[in-house]
Write a protein that binds this ligand. Structure first.
Ligand SMILES: Cc1ncc(COP(=O)(O)O)c(C=O)c1O
Length: 397
């Protein structure tokens, strides 16, 4: 069978299994409401545009200026052909924002994660990972294991007794790296950072937190999981994305002690063998960081929307997973049910994606709602009345 024929057969099977993903095309910017091809205006409840900065005039204008100032890109890898001053400015601002001494940007947080574990660990070291960590952390660990023969362990999701068992068993390792998401993207729950840091101190381990869903989202001023727990400055390493709350274009970074960014510049392979963040994206992200620092009320609005939406869903009779973040999952069970609900909501003008196996475990398919500071109360009311109609039609409430 030719490659093309094999791929076509597998794609057909995805369709029959109800797991085929169709891309919805937007005809305008990412925002609380946007125009979807063939659908007209929809309320978007399915984006990581947490602060509504994707189309914020200051953020867009900064990107345009950088295109004029620096052109389209570096044309090569930073250490070979030079970096731009805007990269350095962004990295200093990011480090300060998340409470670390240094940071280094990558073209995605996927790359930041992938560039971290294989670079820091060797054969005598171990990485201990939460069971529900993001795919980029999992792949980073797989890569590290294959390249460096480091040891690996996985602890049950947010189970501190299990983490302690794994740390105790790893007492002879040189470096013990505990890696966790700050906010878990499918559940919307927050890592137990105070316990994780306390255990790490007790067992002489280093803590890395992927704050992709927490940067700009958690804490009074959006500085992330550490600020949520009043622990800014106490996390050893933070990775995060620029592709969600901070402008939403693309890019990621790793932040940590002063030597970390320098070390990653020397050794991390996505840094050594791949181009820098485009200057337009770097400038937009820098403008986004400054915007958040000047407008903490955006973070407060996001948190208030999340609380209100969750409360109203419960009042309607839905059972969203409890939590404090703007990720509000409603568990429906079968994948087909989640996809059906998503389709019916789109018919009502609400865009929210259903997630099924293999993204979440079998039988735990869900609709994952995500709030944005860009939403108005009217947007939320519009979405809630659609949920009421669809939930009634499907016999869920
Ligand atoms: C926890 C987490 N880490 C990393 C990433 C990857 O981010 P990026 O889009 O910057 O590669 C995501 C994106 O979904 C994420 O949720």
């Amino acid at each position: 069978m030719s490659l093309a024929a094999r791929l076509e057969a597998e794609l057909e099977q995805f369709k029959q299994d109800g797991v085929y993903k169709r891309l919805n095309c937007l005809e305008g910017p990412q925002a609380a409401r946007s125009k979807m091809q063939g659908r007209g205006e929809v309320v978007i409840l399915s984006s990581n545009n947490y602060l509504g900065l994707c189309n914020e005039p200051e953020v867009v204008a900064a990107g345009k200026r950088a295109l004029d100032d620096y052109g389209a890109g570096t044309g090569s890898v930073r250490f070979i052909c030079g970096t731009f001053t805007i990269h350095r400015e962004l990295e200093q601002a990011l480090a300060r924002f998340v409470g670390c001494e240094s940071s280094l940007t990558y073209v995605s947080c996927w790359n930041a994660n992938e560039g971290l574990v294989p670079t820091l660990l060797g054969e005598q070291d171990i990485v201990i990972s939460d069971q529900l960590n993001h795919a980029s952390i999992i792949d980073s660990i797989r890569l590290a294991k294959a390249i460096t023969k480091c040891q690996t362990a996985v602890y049950r999701h947010s189970d501190m007794a299990d983490l302690e068992d794994k740390l105790r068993a790893a007492k002879d390792a040189r470096l013990k790296l505990v890696f966790t998401d700050g906010v878990f993207s499918m559940e919307g729950d927050i890592a137990k950072l105070p316990d994780i840091v306390a255990l790490a101190r007790q067992y002489d381990a280093v803590v890395a937190v992927d704050d992709s869903h927490a940067t700009g989202v958690l804490g009074r001023t959006g500085r992330g999981t550490a600020e949520h727990y009043s622990m800014v400055g106490q996390v050893d390493i933070i990775t995060s994305t620029l592709g969600k709350a901070l402008g939403g274009a693309a890019g990621g970074f790793t932040a940590g002690p002063a030597a970390l960014a320098d070390y990653l510049t020397q050794r991390s392979r996505p840094q050594l063998f791949s181009n820098a963040l485009p200057p337009t994206v770097a400038a937009s992200a820098l403008a986004a960081v400054r915007h958040v620092q000047q407008h903490p009320e955006r973070v407060a609005r996001l948190q208030e929307h999340a609380r209100y939406f969750r409360e109203r869903l419960v009042a309607l009779g839905f059972k969203p997973l409890p939590g404090e973040t703007p990720i509000v999952p409603v568990i429906l069970g079968a994948t087909a049910k989640a996809i059906k609900m998503s389709e019916l909501l789109l018919d009502e003008g609400v865009f929210v994606t259903g997630f099924g196996y293999p993204v979440v475990p079998q039988g735990h398919a869900r609709i994952r709602c995500q709030l944005s500071a860009g939403h108005t109360r009217d947007d939320l009311e519009f979405a809630l009345s659609a949920f009421k109609r669809v939930g009634t039609k499907l016999g869920l409430i």
